[in-house]
Design a protein around this ligand. Structure first.
Ligand code: ZN
Length: 351
């Protein structure tokens, strides 16, 4: 375990009641105004929670497919500290991130072809993405499976960004009828900070900022009582208060992923939330459902929206797994996807 890089919970608290109750596999523990209540997890999953409408994402321009546009300098939100430097587009994402990505070569970064999404971070840094659409299959009209892969929601988990980026090449080679959307660095402010920070540019833990039901009570209470106001886990002053969480939330609505893969570090386990049977393992990572938290992506997407969320916790935040393990995790992910969506993963028909 890496000091200072803990992801889902303080190491000292992970064995406590909050986690243990959920590890029992059947219960969701939530803090309500009057104290503690326990609900069967399955009951929560069946709930008809209506998510809060997403605030509009700050859009500077349409997603760029061509050369950099002149108006590439993002405008920081009024409440955020402005960043004076202009941030380049396109391949220049590598100029921005490459030094922070362990085991990613310049060639690998540039081949990933990250492009600005049009949304920007709290400090005005573009949120880069890359779409790998499904190959065009003749005679096929069915929409492909859509998979959203997000890395570095926590900016100090550098391997999370690197793995998402490395997987872009594997997605291109897969030749499967899957539309992949990669957002390798959801929290560029945290990743680029020196030292890198878990939170975003405004000090918000993005993985506690999603609008789970009861967020207004539960998230601040959890932060206060369970984390003892750990600044690394500040959930924000309101759900979806941050441009980065707004962006991912908007992607859930616009892209409508069948599956979300959220990459973290350094616990070295696999977590899962959602209606499907979880993958038992990805590479050397074995399933160990660590529980859910007010405002977390797994809780919001998997439990309340019914979008399966695979949460990968790499074993180290700074050191990448070997290349063979990077490929092994990918193969296992594809294999598990094939168990649940066999039609979407059928081999391409021969001409
Ligand atoms: Zn994390």
């Amino acid at each position: 375990m890496t000091q200072g890089d803990s992801c889902t919970a303080p190491a000292s608290s992970r064995g406590l009641a909050w986690r243990g109750s959920v590890l029992a596999g059947t219960v969701l523990v939530a803090l309500a105004a009057g104290g503690l209540w326990i609900a069967p997890r399955a009951e929560v999953e069946r709930g008809t929670t209506v998510p809060r409408a997403a605030p509009s994402v700050q859009v500077l321009q349409a997603p760029a497919a061509g050369p950099p546009a002149a108006a590439a300098v993002p405008v920081a939100p009024a409440s955020a500290a402005p960043v004076a430097k202009a941030v380049p587009e396109g391949p220049e994402a590598c100029a921005l991130f490459l030094a922070r990505l362990p085991s990613v070569s310049r060639a690998q970064c540039e081949e990933a072809q990250l492009r600005p999404s049009g949304a920007v971070s709290a400090h005005g840094v573009p949120l880069f993405w890359r779409d790998v659409p499904a190959p065009v299959a003749q005679g096929t009209t069915e929409a492909p499976l859509r998979v959203l892969i997000a890395g570095a929601i926590h900016g100090d988990e550098l391997t999370a960004a690197a793995l998402a980026l490395r997987w872009i090449a594997l997605a291109e080679q897969a030749g499967r009828p899957v539309h992949w959307r990669f957002i390798p660095v959801l929290n560029p402010d945290g990743l680029l900070a020196r030292p890198a920070t878990r939170t975003n540019g405004r000090g918000v833990d993005l993985n506690r900022n999603f609008p789970t039901p009861g967020w207004e009570k539960d998230a601040p209470l959890y932060w206060d009582k369970r984390t003892r106001r750990d600044p690394r886990r500040f959930p924000g002053h309101a759900a979806l208060s941050e441009p980065e969480s707004q962006f991912l939330h908007a992607q859930m609505a616009a892209f409508r992923p069948h599956l979300i893969v959220s990459i973290h570090a350094p616990y070295g386990v696999l977590d899962f939330d959602g209606p499907l049977s979880p993958p038992e393992r990805l590479g050397r990572l074995w399933l160990d459902q660590v529980g859910i938290f007010p405002g977390s992506l797994g809780n919001y997407g998997g439990v309340h929206r019914g979008m399966p969320v695979v949460t990968i916790e790499l074993p180290h935040a700074l050191n990448m797994p070997p290349d063979a393990e990077v490929r092994s995790m990918w193969r296992d992910l594809l294999r598990w996807m094939g168990e649940h969506w066999p039609e979407a993963l059928a081999p391409e028909p021969k001409p």
